[in-house]
Design a protein around this ligand. Structure first.
Ligand SMILES: NC(=O)c1ccc[n+]([C@@H]2O[C@H](COP(=O)([O-])OP(=O)(O)OC[C@H]3O[C@@H](n4cnc5c(N)ncnc54)[C@H](OP(=O)(O)O)[C@@H]3O)[C@@H](O)[C@H]2O)c1
Length: 531
């Protein structure tokens, strides 16, 4: 599902009106009517007063249409306009005039005193419709507007937001001064980025997307998407009846050092759990016996060590290069340690291995020391940093990374022509041509050691089965989060062991493949994006 910025939404509005020829007042009518329909679906027992609070722009205009349909139904409705009615123009003005013609109360609120005079009615309302600002919010909210927003958040009355909770930035999801916290939001055409990114996600409540007649093909080249089960399911590698382990690729895992054999184990098993046919784990020679015991189904490959350390050394390159010929993909990095020789080995592997590579953890730390190897890569690369690793890779603070997750992931992907999986709540997957996918699955249960190793193995397993790197990354991230969500359903979001995630995977993948997992509620013209 595409996610739009405010500018992109304006661009599509304009194209629909100017190029396609849909009159803007038709779009406003569709927006208001579908909002009314969702309102009734969400609040079916409503009989008391509904107060629509409208701004002077088109968002307010949509609110006037909602008020009209409520009045048609015979529900008590009043409209408060924040500002002078005479300053309302265009389609919003037309709808304001219709509303007054049919006898709905439309009152101006221009001062705090006037606002106070409506307090009792606001307290007495069964529902408030927030139509103050939508995507047209252009600066920090202050004065009377801010007072109204703060008051709405303190009233014991549910709020339905028209297109956007007022005060929320459509692009960043940050409150511009203050933002309404809605119980339900009905958004037009496509969800906006700021409704999905935290903290905006907490302000929208149950988010509905409605079709207001803007033709869907207009959005097909928009670069940002919210990953969706329906589309991702199609990426699952088929399992033909007459297949064998050779059909599903051979993943080479390079992971583990003293104290971190668990990372190697989790990565290897995750590759098998998502369906790779064979997995071999290349490990420091002195740890091989341990891995032989820990890994039954994955094979091991003992490799030369760095002098005086139980970690891979540069002498491992030659046997590795001989071994990886004919292998399908490499998962590189979990638990490798930070020995300088290991770092050098990682960078040489990146320069020489021509099959797809997924690089995580200490593999990323090795790259951070000298990123030039990414300018000479032999094959497709996926980097899977968490914000701390990303900070080391790009030389920015974690805070800066977190404040601009999309932009940072996009910039790194474009700079080095790699796929970047920036982990965290709503993992971002960016590719060099500018496409970005935001992942909706996962929960705080994943905040525990080893879950990242599982993700690396899953992506590696999908690469080994021949998925394109961007697809392997998106599918791996989605299913990883979904497995955690399934587990959290009965275990809660605390205390998940990475190994338990592995146990969850086969059933999750089976149900996912069969389309049995809960999905967005969807009908012809609208669907619920967030519940
Ligand atoms: N074609 C359509 O009819 C159509 C299609 C889709 C959606 N929509 C709706 O239209 C909305 C966008 O409409 P719009 O562009 O007119 O924008 P808007 O969201 O209605 O906001 C614009 C209004 O807010 C005021 N404003 C903006 N930032 C402010 C601030 N910080 N403090 C005080 N006032 C502020 C503007 O005042 P100034 O002008 O003084 O800056 C203007 O009156 C969408 O969110 C959606 O609800 C309409």
């Amino acid at each position: 599902m595409k996610l739009l910025t405010a500018d992109q939404m304006r661009q599509l509005d304009r194209q629909a009106i100017e190029a396609v020829g849909i009159p803007s007042i038709v779009l406003m009518e569709n927006a208001g009517r579908t909002t009314y329909q969702i309102l009734r679906r969400e609040f079916p027992d409503l009989t008391g007063l509904v107060t629509v609070i409208a701004g002077r722009g088109n968002n307010g205009g949509d609110g006037f249409v909602v008020a009209r349909y409520l009045a048609h139904e015979g529900l008590p409705v009043q409209v408060l306009v924040l500002g002078e009615k005479t300053r309302i123009c265009g389609d919003a003005r037309t709808n304001l005039q219709i509303l007054e013609q049919i006898g709905v109360d439309v009152m101006e609120v221009t001062t705090e005193t006037e606002l106070t005079s409506h307090l009792d009615a606001l307290y007495g309302s069964d529902l408030i419709v927030d139509a103050i600002f939508g995507t047209g919010l252009n600066a920090e909210v202050g004065g009377l507007y801010r007072q109204v927003i703060e008051m709405l958040n303190n009233l014991p009355v549910p709020v339905l937001a028209v297109d956007f909770p007022s005060g929320l930035c459509a692009d960043s999801g940050q409150a511009l001064g203050a933002a309404v916290v809605a119980e339900v939001t009905v958004t037009y055409g496509w969800p906006k980025l700021g409704q999905i990114l935290p903290p905006g996600r907490d302000c929208v409540g149950r988010l509905w997307q409605v079709d207001i007649s803007i033709p869907p093909p207009l959005a097909q080249n928009m670069p940002i998407e919210l990953a969706e089960a329906q589309a991702l399911r199609l990426l699952l590698p088929p399992r033909p009846f007459a297949s064998h382990k050779g059909t599903y690729g051979h993943l080479l895992v390079l992971a583990g050092s003293e104290g971190k054999t668990g990372a190697a184990t989790l990565t290897a098993l995750a590759g098998l759990r998502v369906g790779a046919g064979l997995v071999t784990t290349g490990v420091p020679a002195s740890l091989n016996d341990i891995l032989e015991v820990k890994l039954t189904e994955a094979m091991t490959l003992p490799l030369p060590e760095a002098a005086g350390a139980r970690a891979l050394g540069t002498a491992a390159l030659a046997p590795l290069a001989a071994f990886w010929s004919g292998k399908s993909a490499i998962a590189l990095g979990p638990g490798l340690g930070t020995h300088p020789e290991t770092g050098q080995l990682v960078r040489e592997i990146v320069r020489r291995a021509s099959m797809p590579l997924v690089i995580d953890a200490d593999g990323l730390n090795a790259l951070a020391e000298d990123l030039t190897c990414l300018e000479q890569v032999a094959g497709p690369i996926i980097l899977t940093p968490h914000p701390g690793e990303m900070s080391r890779l790009v030389g920015k603070s974690t805070k800066e990374i977190q404040a601009q997750r999309l932009e940072q992931a996009q910039a790194l992907a474009q700079r080095y022509k790699v796929i970047v999986v920036l982990k965290g709540a709503q993992t971002v997957v960016a590719e060099p041509q500018g496409r970005v996918s935001i992942n909706p699955t996962g929960n705080p249960a994943l905040a525990s050691g080893g879950t990242g190793d599982v993700l690396t193995g899953m992506i590696g397993g999908f690469l080994a089965q021949g998925l394109e790197p961007f697809e392997a990354a998106r599918l791996g991230v989605f299913l990883h989060g979904l497995a955690a969500d399934q587990r959290a359903d009965w275990q809660g979001d605390c205390g998940l062991l990475a190994g338990e995630l592995l146990e969850e995977l086969p059933e999750v993948i089976k149900e996912f493949a069969a389309g049995q997992l809960p999905e967005v509620e969807e009908e012809v013209c609208y669907r619920r994006v967030i519940s």
